[in-house]
Design a protein around this ligand. Sequence first.
Ligand SMILES: Nc1nc2c(c(=O)[nH]1)N[C@H]1C(S)=C(S)[C@@H](COP(=O)(O)OP(=O)(O)OC[C@H]3O[C@@H](n4cnc5c(N)ncnc54)[C@H](O)[C@@H]3O)O[C@H]1N2
Ligand code: MOO
Length: 401
Amino acid sequence: MLSVAEARARIVGSLQPTGAEIVALAEASGRVLAAPVVARLAQPPHDVSAMDGFALRAADGAVGARLRVIGAAPAGHPFGGAIGPGEAVHVFTGSVMPEGADAVTAQEDAVSDDTSITLHEAVRAGRHIRRKGQDFHEGETLLEIGRRLTARDIGLAAAANHPWLAVHRRPVIAVLATGDEIAMPGETIPPGGIVSSNSHALAAFIRARGGVPIILPIAADDRAVIAATAEAASRADLLVTTGGASVGTHDLVQTGLGERGLEVDFWKIAMRPGKPLMFGHLGALPVLGVPGNPVSSLVCGLLFLKPAIERLSGLPGDAPPSEPARCTAALPANDHRADHLRATLARSADGVWDVTPFPVQDSSMLQRLALADALLLRAPNAPAEAEGAMVQVIRLAENGL
Ligand SMILES: Nc1nc2c(c(=O)[nH]1)N[C@H]1C(S)=C(S)[C@@H](COP(=O)(O)OP(=O)(O)OC[C@H]3O[C@@H](n4cnc5c(N)ncnc54)[C@H](O)[C@@H]3O)O[C@H]1N2
Ligand code: MOO
């Protein structure tokens, strides 16, 4: 059986980022750049004053010098003339520096009346001036392809005079739940049936990670129905199936899609929960088959669907980040499957995360998953650990789950 890391590498390695679309700047937050942001102007566009005060020639800047104020240049209204010897112009933060001036005195460093100022601090050349291009120059590349845009980036792109940005299209991801026993929330539940929590949980996760989920109708345990329902996803960027992944006679996803030409890349990996994970292609459509057990489907969502969405969105598609924590319980030795124990986290007085796994870890238990803060990672064949051992955890909410 494949390891988690190998399976993820094969999924991510087979996916291509979506094409570019142009969106208004306000819509670009959280999206991934498909073209670099190049400055369309210098910032600041001119030499400007960094203070409310008076622009003057540093040659006139001795303590006690008295200068004639020949005008004012509020921000947005540059001074039309030039400053000569013994002259000053009233400027404000952001005012374009008047011609002839090479320094600014802050207004609290001079005594002024209506027509003149007297300096009580010496002024050297360049004082309180922001130079043209101090922040960035015209033509400078400010943000590179593949960057997920933050609010700071949006501000920078706006300052560089970009009303639109080229970003990768949000990947469209179809979710197909299978099983005679499942019904959509609110529908009549068949005898012995349950509600399809997986469709909605996966769709919410896809949306939280920046994808566009499409919930397909539930497909009965029937090869032809599964194949026909999946047909609706042929224009999606990825099809995620849930259920029917295991070895039972009613686990028909592979055989149903197989009749339409599904090529299976791999099936089954050395992990718990999530062993029957399947990945393949139906023509050009990548297909990720996650198990039906609700916890298994979401753990597979975190470990494989998240990197897949990121890769489709133009990012590298890395593993969700893990971090150290101290386990409050003794841990038994692990078998050959990488384990992902649902656990709570609490900050201890010494600043370390304390992690406590739930004593029962059945992969049908959604309430436990909802109350968990993290997955506690157990490597294949990890030895038993005493209480207090340091382990690695993946936090859930921080990863959109
Ligand atoms: N003989 C074996 N049996 C099983 C094995 C195995 O290796 N040998 N693997 C087990 C493991 S591990 C898992 S995980 C499950 C996965 O099974 P499937 O993916 O085939 O899922 P189903 O059989 O369709 O359903 C399992 C379980 O989950 C419920 N379910 C299904 N769909 C949904 C949904 N959309 N929303 C909520 N719950 C759903 C379903 O009712 C079942 O209770 O197989 C083990 N068996
Ligand atoms: O792999 Mo199953 O997902 O253990 O429950």
